[in-house]
Design a protein around this ligand. Structure first.
Ligand SMILES: [Zn+2]
Length: 407
């Protein structure tokens, strides 16, 4: 396999999580008596441009099922994050009624609703039908397509270039990152601004967030590598901000390569920090697997100890990262009898691979377990607040990443 950015043959494994089913392949009761498909989950690193990427293999339809599409608006903290961003960008770029804002992967309109409310024209691009329909119901125009160079050029040819193009948690999920980035350039007005948010590879490594690895997550990105990809497409990163979302994300600000705006000091500062932390050294990547294995072992030891001493453990959040963690650890219902999730579409189903049943959140209160393992650790504070009544009865909350924590 060759690097998806620079074409160098890939020779180094960053992380091998064995075989895993697609993270969104939730099972019905009838599926439990049928064979289940699993695919290699291996992550490679390019020793030339340092793009960390999933190993290529045939990707069946089931990877792209939108049956369990995530609706961004279900997270209150994410809605607040989006509203804050919209206000910040409106002031920074002096956006108004004659501006045009495009969001790639606009989901259910959680972000663009803020621009609609401010009277700023906008366009969402979202191939997932269920979330696109939700955005349209909020008065947001949506193109139901995948974004890339062809669509970017079509937008330019039809006078729809943007003053601001936003992409939140889409960049890491794009299979052809070069084509996507050329699309951004085509759809951007002269003088316009691109912002992309994605989990920061530096934090993934620092905090051993190996459970954020899954098949649909094609790239694990550093500022250094994104700067290279931007440069190859005729773009330039002129500012970068670090965000606490998803365990540590970056928001990069891009413009056309020839834009008059100077590149701010934040870019050089973070590039230096990435270098200092070894993101351009092979040994950094080669020492990650043993650290991931240790977290997996700690979780298994905890679950086995609770089972042996008669304590009851349940999980909260049937999220993709939970499936990666539980499948790599080989956890089954004997160690973790059920997981609760607020999404009605998942309730009554079973986690792929582990076959742990998914129940409505009310079951937590009824079961009053000794421990609740929060699988989506990035929203652990929110989950603990929502279930404060359980804590008052003595239930303790557990997270497995970046280390086993019991609170
Ligand atoms: Zn490369």
């Amino acid at each position: 396999m060759k690097c998806r950015h620079c074409g160098t043959p890939l020779a180094h494994t960053f992380l091998d999580l064995g075989f895993a089913p697609p993270s969104n392949a939730y099972l019905s009761p009838a599926d439990l008596s049928r064979p289940e498909k699993a695919y290699p989950l291996r992550i490679l690193v390019c020793d030339r441009c340092w793009l960390v990427q999933t190993e290529d293999h045939a990707r069946p339809e089931e990877f792209f099922s939108d049956e369990y599409a995530y609706f961004s608006s279900t997270s209150r903290s994410w809605l607040t994050h989006a509203a804050h961003y919209a206000g910040q960008m409106t002031r920074l770029l002096a956006l108004g009624p004659s501006s045009h804002v495009i969001e790639v992967a606009s989901n259910d309109g959680y972000l663009l609703r803020n621009f609609v409310a401010a009277g700023i024209p906008c366009l969402g691009i979202e191939p997932t039908a269920s979330t696109a329909a939700a955005a349209e119901a909020l008065g947001i125009p949506v193109l139901r397509e995948f974004f890339g160079e062809a669509l970017g050029q079509r937008l330019a040819a039809t006078g729809q270039q943007a003053d601001l193009i936003a992409g939140n948690n889409v960049y890491a999920h794009v299979p052809d990152i070069n084509d996507f980035t050329r699309g951004l350039r085509a759809a951007l007005k002269p003088g316009g601004t691109i912002t992309l948010e994605f989990p920061h590879l530096m934090r993934l490594i620092e905090h051993t967030q190996f459970d954020t690895v899954y098949h649909e997550h094609f790239s694990y990105l550093s500022l250094g590598t994104v700067s290279r990809i931007f440069s190859a497409a005729g773009l330039r990163v002129w500012r970068v901000e670090e965000l606490p979302t998803h365990g540590g994300s970056l928001r990069v600000f891009g413009c056309h390569a020839a834009d008059e705006r100077p590149t701010e000091a934040s870019v050089a500062t973070l590039l230096q920090e990435e270098e200092r932390r070894g993101l351009q050294q092979l040994s950094t990547y080669q020492s990650f697997q043993p650290r991931a294995d240790r977290l997996k072992d700690d979780l298994l030891a905890f679950l086995i100890q609770q089972k042996r001493t008669g304590k009851r453990v349940a999980a909260y959040g049937a999220a993709a990262k939970g499936n990666t963690l539980l499948n790599y650890a080989g956890v089954k219902p004997d160690l973790l009898p059920f997981v609760c999730d607020a999404a009605p579409a998942k309730q009554g189903k079973f986690m792929p691979g582990s076959h742990i049943p998914i129940l409505a959140p009310e079951h937590l209160a009824a079961a009053a377990p000794d421990y609740v393992l929060i699988l989506p650790w990035n929203i652990a504070d929110e989950v603990r607040q929502q279930h404060a009544a359980l804590a008052a009865q003595g239930t303790r909350f557990v997270t497995a990443v970046p280390e086993l924590r019991i609170q």
